[in-house]
Design a protein around this ligand. Structure first.
Ligand code: AMP
Ligand code: MG
Length: 320
């Protein structure tokens, strides 16, 4: 039996599961989330694996309050006024990521799919709040369903997709629909996804109408000036399925049979572990991107998380 009533004792127990890098499911007022410590690359990689997501979409990072959110992201005055008026609640704000290089408090780059921004939300559900307090870390949490299935609004829905996962039962979700997402990366905020918070409520706070820039409409995204960047694309050219390395190339390696390389060589996983490879993907790409003009990428098996890794590498190669 993996469903636990949301008692203080069980919330504490599941917070300790999170602290050892494992996922737990928990209720929010929108839908049930599948949460891990957002700072732990491997734990975030496991989320993609167990959800069977074929792509690395950026995840929403759940925090206790605005003060914690401000340690992770940079809030413009407009973003701050939205947070002050509508948090805790069904509002997700996409803001520039704050870089805390010196500390270990940084959110995993995999959680934001390599982007220099973060999607942050303070959930209103008391069980989510208590779990965030007990876990003492931000929680990266997509909806607790397998990719392509309906979003779960009851603990029993989660148990159907994930019978072996610990699930906190907080009853039926009051809203039952995902959060509304607002992008706050430019001067003017934009509506990225409609959700359970009515945009007219946000417009009352802002005093003006929001532009709708759908998150999955690549045409609008390309046409709109100063558009939000939704996919991380390295500056360096990528050469996929490389078995040798050229003189001006750095190497993104995988496995133990690595060809000779005179420049920077970073291995996604020398033991050939795809979870470890996913966990390292964006950190290694960013580092190679700043240090080499071209990146050779060794072949990566197209199974399990390898499919999502290859999807992202192919897009990065095509963006040049
Ligand atoms: P969900 O599937 O409910 O977890 O919501 C995640 C959604 O938030 C994704 O579809 C993303 O498009 C959006 N999102 C998360 N992080 C970012 C980001 N850094 N920039 C733009 N959109 C984001
Ligand atoms: Mg979902």
């Amino acid at each position: 039996m993996s469903v636990f009533p949301a008692s203080a004792e069980n919330i504490y127990k599941l917070a300790t599961v999170i602290s050892i890098g494992k996922p737990v499911a928990f209720p929010t007022e929108t839908v049930y989330g599948l949460g891990v410590d957002a700072r732990n690359d491997e734990a975030v990689a496991k989320i993609f694996e167990i959800k069977c997501r074929p792509q690395f979409n950026p995840l929403i990072v759940h925090v206790r309050d605005l003060a914690q959110a401000e340690t992770l992201g940079i809030f413009s005055p407009i973003a701050k006024s939205l947070a002050l008026m509508h948090w805790p609640g069904a509002l997700t704000l996409v803001v520039p990521r704050r870089s805390n290089n010196a500390s270990h408090n940084e959110v995993s780059l995999l959680a934001s799919a390599g982007l220099p921004s973060l999607a942050l939300r303070v959930p209103a559900h008391p069980v989510a709040q208590e779990l965030l307090t007990a876990a003492q870390c931000p929680l990266a949490a997509p909806s607790a369903n397998k990719s392509g299935q309906l979003s779960p609004t009851q603990a029993s829905h989660v148990a159907k997709d994930f019978p072996n996962l610990p699930i906190l039962d907080g009853g039926a979700c009051a809203k039952g629909l995902e959060s509304t997402i607002i992008g706050c990366l430019q001067e003017e905020p934009v509506l990225l996804r409609r959700g359970s918070l009515d945009p007219s409520e946000l417009e009352k706070t802002l005093g003006f109408k929001l532009n709708f820039l759908p998150e999955d409409d690549s045409q609008t995204a390309q046409l709109a000036p100063g558009r939000l960047v939704r996919h991380y694309a390295p500056q360096a050219g990528l050469r996929l399925n490389a078995v040798t390395v050229e003189q001006d190339e750095g190497l993104l390696a995988f496995g133990k049979d690595v060809p000779p390389c005179e420049n920077l060589c970073l291995n996604l996983s020398s033991s050939g572990n795809l979870i470890e490879a996913a966990a390292n993907l964006f950190t290694h790409l960013h580092e190679l991107d700043t240090k080499t003009p071209r990146i050779a990428v060794m072949p990566i098996p197209n199974e399990g998380l390898g499919a999502a890794i290859n999807d992202r590498l192919e897009r990065a190669a095509a963006s040049k």
